[in-house]
Design a protein around this ligand. Sequence first.
Ligand code: G6P
Length: 614
Amino acid sequence: MCGIIGYIGKRKAFPILIKGLKRLEYRGYDSAGVALINEKHEMNVYKTKGKVSDLEEFVAHKDITGSVGIAHTRWATHGEPCQVNAHPHYSSSGNLALIHNGIIENYATLKEKLKLKGYQFRSGTDTEVLVQLIEFIQDSKQLPLLTAVEIALRSVVGAYAIAVLDRRYPDQIIAARKSSPLVVGIGEGDFFLASDASPIIEYTNKVVYLDDEEVAIIRPDEELKIVNLHSVEITPEVKTVDMELSQLEKGGYPHFMLKEIFEQPNCLNDCMRGRVNTGADNIVLSAIIDHKEQLLKARRFIIVACGTSWHAGLIGKHLIENFCRIPVEVEYASEFRYRNPVINGQDVVIAISQSGETADTLAAVELARKHGAFIYGICNAVGSSIPRSTHTGSYIHVGPEIGVASTKAFTGQVTVLTMLALCLAKEKHTIDDAFYLQLVRELSLIPEKMKRVLEMDTKISQLSRIFTYAHNFLYLGRGFNYPVALEGALKLKEISYIHAEGYPAAEMKHGPIALIDAEMPVVVLATRNAMYEKILSNIQEIKARKGKVIALVTEGDEEISRLADDVIELPKTIECLEPLITTIPLQLLAYHIAICKGKDVDQPRNLAKSVTVE
Ligand code: G6P
C-alpha cells in the first residue's frame, strides 16, 4: 500500500505534497516523509512516525522551500513504523532520495551483495536497498540516473511504484512502476505524480497512467518522456480524468465513512443510470451485450476478490446461480492464486475490487488469463490496474471511496452483480419474463427505500450506545443475507475493534451457540422472506440462552418485535435485493459504535484501503 506523490515545476512544492499526502492517507498512515530540493541544491529530507498532520508539525520552522519534491505516507511491510523506516530513503552519499510503494521481494539478496561492497544500511526496509542499489550502479559505472534506475529495476523482483530525486539534478524526477499504481499529471509547465489521481485533479485533469515496467522522465517545461526498462521510448497516452474535487471532501459530514453511507441512494442511481431502463423495462450492461457469445458458453463462473468485495461476490454467486443456472465459485484471491486451480478457456472469472489495485486480486486475474479464462472486472477506480488487465467489465460508478471501511462500494458491487445476473439470465432465457420485469422495477426503487433506512440514523445511533462496552458480537443471516451478516461483522471489527463473527444462522447450533449468554449481542437479519420461520426459531434459541437480540425485520413485523430486545424495521423488497437494504443499518451500527468508543473510523489502526502488497 502506501501513498506516493511528487511535484516539479515553478510552484512551492511542499503545500502541494502535504495536501496530496492527505488525500492519499487512506493508503496507509503509520509514518510520513518528504524530500525537497531547495534553491541551493540542498536536499532536505524530513520524516516522522504518525500521520501526515504529525509531519506538518514536525517540519515547523524547518526549510521547506523548493519547487521539486517527493513525499510518502506509509503502511509498514518491512520494518516497524518509526522515523528511520519512514520514506523517503536516501543513498549513502545523500545525493539520492527515493519513495516506494510495493515490496522488493529479493531485497535480502541485494542487501547482502551491497554490504559486501561496503554499503551500510540505516533502516530495516526493502526500499533503502533499492536506493542504495541505484547509487551503486550510478557510481560504479558512471551512468546517468535514468540508466541506473533502469538497470536496478531489471534486477528487482517484486512490486514497485517509485520516484527518485537526485540533488545534483534538481530539474528532474525519475518515476517507475510495476504492479503498484502510478499516475503522472500534466500541468502547464509543471508535473505531478501520485498513487492515484485524487491529489492531482485540483491542478490538472490530464493524466498518464504508467504501465508495468515503464519509467517516466519528468522535467518541467519539457514533454513527458516514458521509456521501458531497456530505454525504448513509449508514447504516453494522455487521458482526461472525470473526478470532481467535491467528491474528495467531507461535504459537511464529520467523517468520510458517514458521508459515503449517506451517498448510497445517489450512488446506486449513478450505478444504474443508462443500465436499468424502467421505461423499456430492461437492463442493459454493455459488457454483457458485447461479449454475449463468450459469456453464454461459459461452463462456470469463478469470482475472485478480497475483503468486502469478496462478500459482494458471495451475493453474486446466489444471484448468478439463481437466475442464470451457471455454477459459480467464490474464491479469496489470495488463496486462488497459490492453489494451482483447475481453470481453462471455458471459465469466466469475475474480479471484484473497489480500488482495482488489490495485489492478490490482480495476481489472480493474471493467473486466470494465463490459463485462457475470460476475465470480467467489477471495479470502482477508473483506469486502475484491474480494469486495465481484464477482457471486459462494468464500473460501479459510485465515486471515490475514501473511508477505509468500504460502504458504498459494497452496495455498488452488489448492484452491478444484480444487473449482470439479470441481463445474462435474459440472454440465456433462464428467467421468467414476469419475474424479470418485477425485478427491474424493484431494483429501480431501491435508492428510495435506502433513503428510508437512512432516516433511522438517529435511532441506530441511540441504540449503539448500549453496545459500546460489548467485547463480542455475533451476526446471523441466511441465504442472501448470510453474506450481509459477514459484512456487518467485518464493518464492526474494522472500525470499533470489537470482535465480531458473521455466521449462517442455522450453523449457530454447531458451535457459536456455546458463546451465547446475557453479555452477547446477536444481530439477526430476520426480514420476511422464505427463511423467516427458520430465523424465528434461531431467535428463540438465542433468547432461551439469554442472548441480546437486535433484529432487522420487515416493516410491520410484530412477531419478532415481541421476541427481540431491539428491532430495526426495514422497507420490504424482493428477497434477492434485500442485501441492498439490510446492509445499511449494519454500516450505521458499526459507525456509531466506533464513534461512541472514540475510534478513528476513517483511518482504523493497522488497515489501509488499497492493499497493493500480498
Ligand atoms: C482492504 C480494504 C477493504 C477492501 C479490501 C479489498 O482490506 O480495507 O475495505 O474490501 O481491501 O479491496 P478492493 O479494493 O480490492 O475492493
